[in-house]
Design a protein around this ligand. Structure first.
Ligand SMILES: Cc1cc2nc3c(=O)[nH]c(=O)nc-3n(C[C@H](O)[C@H](O)[C@H](O)COP(=O)(O)O)c2cc1C
Length: 249
């Protein structure tokens, strides 16, 4: 079975090099509209999108993420978990707003942000644009909250650098489905080790032969390498989420 949407989804790759051509206002509106039509938990629309057009803020985002290439993207979005708007709505009605501060509502905002983010990425790809989702904005959320003037019950979750692609990276192979798709209960296959070894070879071949940033690493080594990150980086995340008014104990 194939169709244009399945083909588009199976051809996704993150794009980190862009031409100088900025997105038009109309393209930006189209992407935001695509995000808005994504499903949203309890129809609460509990996220906001901030377009970053100020070069000084983009530069600071480059410092925070370590990804200065984002400054050359055609457009930059930040997706923010947002219960603040619904707090204002509820306060007008003199309603009890306690639940908006709950972990459950924080989680609902993160779902909304993630789904809206993917809608922007996919809509962009359907328009010939390329993008990279950026969790690295979480490297300094305190600074980001100041930069974006974020009020209580909001929290910045993901950035998206998007633009006209100036690269076409090779497709990154995903896990064999028996290692990640189960029936009825969680159950890794009996030949887990050999399936993983095959995938490790597949990934090391991909990294050794792809058209840029060649390296020598298997998937298993990549997973272990990621564990070596400085634990102090982002250690304050939970404190900052609390400071924004969420009860995430
Ligand atoms: C939640 C999330 C956060 C990410 N954060 C970053 C990031 O900060 N920097 C980056 O270069 N790529 C980031 N990525 C992109 C992933 O590295 C990329 O999707 C993954 O390596 C698979 O490659 P592909 O998208 O080209 O298939 C992120 C992706 C997701 C879903």
């Amino acid at each position: 079975m194939t169709n244009d949407i399945l083909t588009l989804l199976s051809q996704h790759r993150s794009i980190r090099q862009f031409t100088d051509q900025p997105l038009t206002d109309s393209e930006v509106t189209t992407l935001v509209t695509a995000a808005q039509h994504a499903a949203t938990s309890t129809f609460a629309q509990q996220y906001s999108i901030i377009s970053i057009t100020d070069p000084a803020i983009k530069h600071e985002l480059g410092n925070i993420t370590g990804h200065h290439w984002l400054e050359k993207s055609g457009h930059y979005f930040i997706l923010v978990a947002d219960q603040h708007r619904n707090l204002e709505i509820a306060q007008k009605a003199h309603a009890d707003t306690t639940i908006l501060r709950s972990f459950d509502k924080f989680l609902a905002s993160t779902f909304d942000v993630a789904i809206a983010t993917e809608a922007i990425v996919t809509a962009g790809e359907s328009m010939g644009l390329g993008s990279t989702i950026m969790g690295s904005i979480l490297n300094n959320t305190q600074r980001l909250i100041e930069l974006l003037n974020l009020p209580e019950l909001t929290f910045p979750l993901l950035g998206i650098a998007i633009g006209h692609p100036a690269e076409q990276p090779d497709l990154k192979p995903r896990l064999p489905q028996p290692l990640m798709h189960f029936s009825n209960q969680y159950a890794q296959p009996k030949d887990f080790d050999s399936q993983l070894a095959t995938y490790d070879t597949h990934i090391s071949d991909y990294y050794a032969h792809r058209n840029s940033h060649l390296k020598k690493i298997t998937f298993s080594q990549h997973i272990v390498q990621e564990l070596g990150r400085d634990p102090k980086l982002r250690a304050e995340l939970i404190q900052v989420i609390k400071q924004q008014g969420f009860n995430v104990e």
